[in-house]
Design a protein around this ligand. Sequence first.
Ligand SMILES: Cc1cc2nc3c(=O)[nH]c(=O)nc-3n(C[C@H](O)[C@H](O)[C@H](O)COP(=O)(O)OP(=O)(O)OC[C@H]3O[C@@H](n4cnc5c(N)ncnc54)[C@H](O)[C@@H]3O)c2cc1C
Length: 355
Amino acid sequence: MGKPDVAIVGLGPAGSLMAWKAAEAGYNVKAYDIQKTYTKPCGDAIIVKEEYEDLLRKSESIDGIVTRHIIEVSGYGSRIIEHGSPAWYIVDKTRLVGYFREQALSHGAEIVYEAMNPNVELGNVVVDARGPYAHVAVKDSYIMTYRVFVKVDSWDSDTALLSFETEKSGLAWIFPSYRGENIVNAGGGLKGESLSRVKDYVKNFLKKRFGNSFEIIEEKAAPIAVYSEVEPVTNGVIRIGEAGGLINSAGGEGIRMALISALHAFNSLSHEDPVKAYLRLVKPLVKESLLTRRLLRSVERVEARRASRLLYNLPDVFWREFLRGNMSYLLLFKSFIVKPRIGVEALRVLLSSRS
Ligand SMILES: Cc1cc2nc3c(=O)[nH]c(=O)nc-3n(C[C@H](O)[C@H](O)[C@H](O)COP(=O)(O)OP(=O)(O)OC[C@H]3O[C@@H](n4cnc5c(N)ncnc54)[C@H](O)[C@@H]3O)c2cc1C
């Protein structure tokens, strides 16, 4: 048998969506994943975006809506950002990916459950969608993240909390979960620390918040490639989602970019040179990912107290748009106009991280 039109390695949100769309359009698709059921731990929060709204609804995986964020900054306290409309969906990601895979199969895609190394021999167009696992061989390109489902006395189902710990270059979260009322999805990550240190960090964070009134009912860990190269094509292989480094490094948010880059890769198939077309379509995501890498580096390089002061004082417009996946230089500029003193400080910090 000849090569398939499209070979896809990895069937997370990015790869499974691409497999579905390509098979539905009549391409001959062969796809690979290690696991029959997608079980990677995640915060399960997806930024609301028109590009994939319909797909999420069809999958019936939406289990909650976030309209309020609490932003906690170490040493300073917390701020509340009200969105006034849905900002994030909370999804059952296993169901979401399962639905995409079922659709791919029902449109004739072949799925093989084995580990594969993407290389140009696999198909006429080859797509690397291995997520962070495409980077784990590269030292310091990722951090280990710990995620738990926790039973608590109460938690507002429309509220998500992000806690920035500048001293340790850490981030922890508490989100509502699809597992039911008062079961939250919590977790965190720390730069350059072992998994056991990350676990302690998350457990202490939960203790501070809930005292002894919480019970961990499931725990899991996974890498997240917030320090990887942003590289949407390597040696002729198209890389979508986290495999391409497409992730908001300043918050670890990657599902939106996984879905949108998959749609870009699918749309590039009808072009004479899909690789070239993909590079053009994916450019805004590449720019955004690079900007978030730069923000992360900037905050990490300055003294913790200064970083905290800066984060805490960023204007609401910054947080609101950042949390809605609208990160850009224009947003930074707008934020600086609203608070010029913070703008000058942020600019100094950004410029100091250029090296
Ligand atoms: C703990 C944690 C919490 C997170 N929380 C959020 C959040 O709340 N919101 C958000 O937007 N993002 C979050 N992220 C990031 C998000 O999970 C990823 O960015 C997103 O899932 C990327 O999708 P993907 O399809 O690119 O890769 P993945 O979801 O990682 O899927 C990759 C797939 O490739 C398969 N695979 C790997 N290697 C091979 C191989 N050699 N051969 C075949 N198959 C292979 C894997 O089995 C997997 O199914 C979180 C990440 C972690 C670790």
